[in-house]
Design a binder for this molecule. Structure first.
Ligand SMILES: Nc1ncnc2c1ncn2[C@@H]1O[C@H](COP(=O)(O)OP(=O)(O)O)[C@@H](O)[C@H]1O
Ligand SMILES: [Mg+2]
Length: 379
């Protein structure tokens, strides 16, 4: 479903690699990639990551769209868990120095390896704990970057929680001589006036160790190339290619969607609006698959199978059948134990389509499932 080759981002990719070379020589740097939804931020990062030399350590954190309930530090935890998995809890705790209690509080799985904190102690005051944690994470990145340069990616900053954003601010000052290339991405149209990331970006702009890049829309020629690589039919007409260019506005995700639904073959069938385009695959599915997707959309871009099973009202077989149909229909993808929308834009279109009553009921089921999970954790 996605194009085998990335088109038209050579300069961006080259820039990231140049910055990595500079970082390798001994100074940290931050690259911030902005662009509209579907323009190819994730794709660019995946290609960069896939081409990293083997001595570079990659730590990736993903911000998720959970509104105000976004749990503190979740993207940071994601990134640090990779480090713990690769180095082992003992080495991580040894490296971290005085901030170990703060780090163990963030990643409770470290406690088992830590004789000092295994016994419960009174937690430090909130402010002190925060600065200890910031310090601890800076020390970790700095220490491990002496062995291997680190590429530290945080994707989709427009959804970042306040605690992680404060940490990023701190890291941009604190990583003085470490070999860390921080790469951040954000969706331009979501960082509106008053969004906390807006202030972060303007501060970052003044820093000479920060570079901001905007991914532009593809040109007519690039869209042609992309569409051709997606259309199996060799004899695709010029008219179809022209339609794809016009309707996609040069956004790669829309090119994929237009080519993927056979509407692009016939001018008459091309969805009129963006919303229709985003819902085209969804609307071809059975009612039970659509209902499942509406339920998933309330849970987020990505929902684990176990959570979904807890909020779903039908049988396990029905759930599997509806999920399978959604995957085959190109709306959901499977990511380990999770179901994820193929793109956040599709989730947002489905979410916007929910009836108010349905929305309230689904929300209530997720709330119940979260409560039940929390209660069983406490037992
Ligand atoms: N330059 C490109 N060449 C080919 N395919 C692309 C390109 N940019 C994006 N895509 C494809 O378009 C879709 C949306 O891209 P994605 O990286 O998810 O966008 P974003 O992260 O900016 O929302 C993906 O399936 C991706 O593989
Ligand atoms: Mg993305």
């Amino acid at each position: 479903m996605s194009a085998p080759a990335m088109i038209g981002r050579d300069a961006d990719l080259a820039r990231l690699n140049e910055r990595l070379d500079e970082v390798r020589a001994g100074a940290p740097f931050t690259v911030i990639i902005g662009g509209e939804a579907g323009i190819g931020k994730t794709r660019l990062l995946r290609e960069f990551e896939a081409g990293l030399p083997s001595d570079v350590r990659l730590l990736v954190g993903q911000c998720v769209d959970l509104g105000s309930v976004a749990s503190p530090y979740s993207p940071v935890k994601g990134a640090l868990r990779t480090l713990v998995a690769e180095e082992g809890a003992d080495r991580v705790l040894d490296a971290v120095g005085p901030g170990r209690a703060a780090l163990v509080a963030l990643l409770p799985e470290l406690a088992a390896s830590d004789p000092l904190t295994a016994a419960p102690t009174a937690p430090p005051a909130a402010g002190a704990a925060t600065s200890q944690l910031h310090e601890a994470i800076a020390v970790l990145l700095e220490t491990f970057s002496r062995e291997h340069p680190i590429v530290f990616v945080i994707e989709d900053l427009h959804w970042i929680d306040a605690a992680s954003l404060t940490l990023l601010r701190f890291l941009m000052r604190a990583l003085g001589s470490s070999r860390v290339l921080t790469v951040l991405s954000y969706r331009t149209e979501d960082v509106t006036r008053g969004h906390p990331v807006r202030a972060f970006l303007s501060e970052a702009e003044r820093d000479r160790w920060v570079e901001r890049r905007e991914l532009s829309r593809l040109t007519r020629g690039q869209v042609r190339k992309l569409a051709r690589s997606l259309i199996v039919d060799e004899a695709v007409s010029e008219q179809v290619l022209a339609t794809v260019f016009r309707r996609s506005d040069g956004v790669p995700f829309f090119v994929e969607e237009l080519v993927g639904i056979d509407g692009c073959r016939d001018e008459g069938e091309v969805p009129d609006t963006l919303r229709e385009l985003l819902l085209a695959r969804y609307e071809r599915l059975s009612e039970s698959a659509q209902e499942l997707l509406r339920l998933v959309s309330i849970g987020g871009v990505c929902v684990s199978h176990s959570l979904l099973a807890a909020v779903y009202r039908g049988s396990a077989d029905e759930l599997d059948a509806a999920a399978r149909e959604s995957v085959l229909g190109g709306v959901l993808t499977i990511d380990g134990q999770d179901y994820a929308f193929r793109h956040a834009l599709v989730r947002e279109a489905i979410l916007a389509d929910l009836l108010p009553g349905e929305r309230a009921r689904f929300h209530a089921r997720y709330a119940e499932a979260h409560e039940a999970a929390a209660a069983s954790d406490l037992k």
